[in-house]
Design a protein around this ligand. Structure first.
Ligand code: SF4
Length: 271
């Protein structure tokens, strides 16, 4: 059995910084993450055991406690509410996401309409939309872009973890007459990870994507790999039973989402 492990598997810089900072802060007093720090139950369960809980509303936090803002970013009103409620906070919004907030705010203030390519319910997209007063057109597919009226000036940004291939297709489908500024804001960590998954999945008999089923970037790695390798599996952690069912002389590719902890990947290659 030959194993090819993707060099880009696992935590991206934004997630690494967020997770490490939370662990470093344990013991400094009451602390909550505003939403799960990452989409990975193994990490969030461990944090709960250590007393760090995720909250979905700031009303759940006692005065004086600390709120951790995760790498996905939040709408601007969240910062106001944190201050009003007398809470402390650490902002771990990824710099790549902050950059999108600035683009959206500046372009919206110039009178341009905003288009966000991404998943409308993903917290990163919800946060970005807050920087243009929740007026953005959110497009997940070519069909969504077709509904855009050609009058007006537009600026388009894209969710950092969006599928690069689908994004390129969507951009090609935009009507030529549209007055639009396009900002490709897919982050370089995502781009490299998706490219590597694409390459490895072309050459292996089995492809394993490690990560949480709720993680958007893990799902995209699965979709990309599945196109090239019919035997692609998404596991939260390595599934010994499944591995044992593979034939002996096969090539197995392994990649992992940006929110998959290093211990899961190490465990996988030990098997
Ligand atoms: S995927 Fe990219 S943008 Fe998102 S947290 Fe990681 S480094 Fe930041």
């Amino acid at each position: 059995m030959e194993i090819i492990l993707a060099k880009t598997a696992g935590f991206c810089p934004g997630v690494k910084r967020a997770v490490e900072t939370v662990y470093e802060k344990i013991g400094e007093g009451r602390m909550y993450t505003y939403g799960p720090i990452i989409h990975n139950r193994i990490v969030t369960d461990d944090l709960e055991e250590k007393g760090v809980f995720s909250i979905s509303s700031l009303d759940e936090a006692e005065e004086g406690s600390e709120i951790i803002l995760r790498s996905h970013g939040v709408v601007p009103e969240v910062y106001d509410r944190i201050r009003e409620k007398g809470l402390r906070f650490t902002d771990l919004t990824c710099p790549y996401v902050k950059k999108i907030h600035n683009i959206v705010r500046d372009n919206y203030n110039e009178g341009r309409k905003i288009i966000i390519v991404g998943n409308p319910t993903h917290p990163e997209v919800v946060g970005i939309n807050g920087y243009c007063e929740n007026t953005a057109v959110i497009a997940e597919s070519k069909d969504d872009l077709e509904k855009i009226e050609s009058d007006g000036k537009y600026s388009l940004v894209v969710q950092t973890t969006f599928n690069t291939g689908i994004f390129d297709e969507m951009i090609k489908s935009l009507p030529k007459e549209l007055d639009i500024k396009i900002f490709n804001t897919i982050c370089s960590a995502t781009e490299k990870r998706q490219k590597e998954a694409e390459q490895i999945s072309r050459t292996v008999d089995y492809m394993i994507v490690l990560g949480d089923k709720n993680s958007s970037n893990t799902q995209k790695l699965y979709q990309i790999s599945k196109k090239n390798c019919e035997n692609t599996f998404l596991f939260e952690k390595i599934c010994i039973k499944q591995l044992k069912s593979f034939e002996k002389n096969v090539k197995i590719g392994i990649t992992a989402g940006a929110s998959t902890p290093p211990c899961i990947i190490e465990e996988a290659i030990k098997q």
